[in-house]
Design a protein around this ligand. Structure first.
Ligand code: HEM
Length: 219
């Protein structure tokens, strides 16, 4: 039955061709270093899935944010596990995206014809940091409150437009319910949408140009 469904879809969507062009590509000379981008992509998908679960229980208001986190940890079945995966997944994603960037730098893969891949990747790096920063505030603990106070203050020191950036980030001059609401919507909606868009462009460029590899002596 499933093979008939598959054949039906394949005739219309060319699933085999899609698979061959996107996933069935040999890693250049089988280097593990070339798998770090895919590992980052995998973690991003894990973050989206666990994040959807957390968002069904989390309440973005100063009065209830911390309580809703406590509820997820203590009363929701496997809530502690899903939150733990989301927490450590975020840390690991920041680490992996950085090591992936270092690998790309060391193999000089930012040169022609991959300049755009590098630039889009740099956008992904900034957005990954932004996702980590906005997520940090959500539990609304003392630590997250003060980390965000300091982080937004630093952004506010940009010459000329600093006060404007500070106001946009905080939703006013001080940290408040508006800040939490803003960070929440950025964390669960704006940033994941932007990251998804850039990943599509990033992967399209990689599939189109092929991957570079560690040069050997004979190169
Ligand atoms: C969410 C973040 C990112 C994801 C999901 C991602 C994904 C990928 C994937 C799947 C590849 C294929 C080869 C490999 O796995 O190494 C790749 C290659 C590449 N990435 Fe990323 N990447 C990210 C961030 C970055 C960053 C921060 C940079 C640099 C600023 C970057 C620059 C590049 C370049 C230039 C290539 C081509 C390398 C080659 O041809 O050998 N990427 N990326």
């Amino acid at each position: 039955m499933w093979s008939r469904v598959y054949t039906w879809l394949d005739e219309r969507l060319d699933l085999r061709g899609l698979y061959k062009n996107t996933l069935d590509r040999p890693e250049p000379r089988g280097s593990w270093w070339n798998t770090l981008g895919s590992a980052t992509l995998f973690l991003f998908i894990v973050q989206v899935l666990t994040g959807i679960f957390l968002a069904t229980y989390y309440t973005p208001s100063p009065d209830h944010a911390y309580d809703s986190i406590t509820y997820i940890m203590n009363d929701v079945s496997f809530g502690w596990l899903i939150r733990g995966i989301h927490h450590w997944g975020a840390t690991l994603m920041v680490l992996l995206v950085f090591v992936h960037m270092v690998r790309v730098f060391v193999t000089a893969s930012f040169k022609y014809p991959r300049e755009l891949t590098w630039l889009v990747g740099f956008g992904l790096l900034l957005l990954t940091f932004a996702a980590g920063f906005t997520g940090y505030l959500l539990p609304w603990t003392q630590r997250s409150y003060w980390a965000t106070t300091v982080g937004t203050q630093i952004a506010g020191t940009v010459p000329f437009i600093g006060p404007f950036i500070l106001k946009v980030l905080r939703g006013g001059t001080e940290l408040s319910a508006l800040t939490l609401q803003r960070f929440f919507s950025a964390h669960i909606w704006m940033l994941p949408a932007l990251i998804t868009g850039l990943i599509v462009i990033h992967v399209y460029l990689i599939v189109k140009q092929g991957e570079s590899y560690w040069p050997r002596r004979e190169d």
